[in-house]
Design a protein around this ligand. Sequence first.
Ligand code: FES
Length: 104
Amino acid sequence: MSDWIEVCKLDEIPKGAGRTVRTADAVIALFRLSDDSVRAVENRCPHKGGPLAEGIVSGRDVLCPLHNQRIHLDTGEVAPPDSGCVRVFETRIEDDRVLLRVGA
Ligand code: FES
């Protein structure tokens, strides 16, 4: 069972940057890419828990602010030579509203 919840307006996410929203079971980092699409991952780097929403967006990746590991925002996978994976959430945009899929 899953639901779509509205988490913010698109223009509340700075382009090329992140912001956080809290859901019932996680803190989520939202990123607005240069094409105005939005990606969402758990705001916890798989390396040592760095706050990914404070990282720098590079293309479709985010660079963790703590030790610069590169995490792909479509898959949540850490780029080699590092390894690991962060939980990814589906998003969609309706008008100017950003919706996030939560639950199983
Ligand atoms: S905590 Fe993210 S790279 Fe170390």
